[in-house]
Design a protein around this ligand. Structure first.
Ligand SMILES: [Zn+2]
Length: 213
């Protein structure tokens, strides 16, 4: 048993294990998470992000990001201010969003630690493939939510885990050692509720969810 990083409860059990890690299933919020004593160190984590092949030149990555923006765009007003929270190495996502007539800042704890963001407000914030990496997802989302202005929108992209144990055991997404928890609809909504959102996430694209303040 370990403390659930979303609901902070202790009612969980081992769901699966592989050579490197154990995965607990929270009986309250259905988060699947790696116990915190089995996480890789910060230096190793950073090295793995450094090795991510998300280059500006990589056409596939550009197409991948453009598809996300296609799904976001209908919900955004031209000229409004966005934040790409957990951008990774490049600012490509923000650059592509700007090309479509919005403002956007990139923030990344390791690569773009622009701490000025904590003194700003944003119309929309995007966490694209970020939430599964966070050591303290609830605490982090609480801080992110405080950056939204009164009509702010939050977009989260993450892959929901397969509930079938056999499928989970062979799931590529869990092999990334920097992925330390996995959500389904229930756990994502519990996370939103725990930080004070009144509604629930709605799916607006592939693995992409939106919630409003
Ligand atoms: Zn939980």
């Amino acid at each position: 048993m370990d403390k659930c990083p979303v609901c902070h409860g202790y009612d969980n059990h081992e769901f699966s294990r592989d050579k490197k890690r154990i995965y607990y299933l929270c009986n309250d919020c259905s988060l699947l998470f790696v116990p915190r004593n089995l996480l890789i160190g910060i230096d190793e984590e950073k090295q793995r992000y450094q090795a991510h092949n998300n280059d500006f030149e990589n056409a596939d990555y550009r197409a991948y990001l453009s598809k996300i923006i296609d799904s976001l765009e209908p919900f955004l007003l031209k000229g409004t201010q966005g934040l790409d929270f957990g951008s990774g190495k490049t600012t490509l996502f923000a650059d592509l969003v700007k090309e479509r007539g919005f403002a956007m800042i990139s923030y990344d704890l390791y690569f773009h630690p622009d701490e000025e963001i904590w003194f700003k407000k944003f119309d929309f914030i995007v966490l694209s493939e970020v939430i599964e990496h966070l050591r303290e997802p609830r605490h982090c989302l609480e801080r992110v939510k405080s950056l939204l202005n009164s009509s702010g929108q939050l977009f989260i992209k993450t892959k929901f885990y397969p509930s079938d144990k056999k499928l989970f055991d062979n799931w590529f997404y869990k092999r990334d050692m920097t992925h330390v928890q996995f959500f389904n609809r229930n756990s994502l909504n519990q996370l939103a509720k725990s930080v004070g959102f009144s509604g629930s996430f709605k799916m607006i694209g592939e693995d992409l969810y939106r919630i409003v303040l």
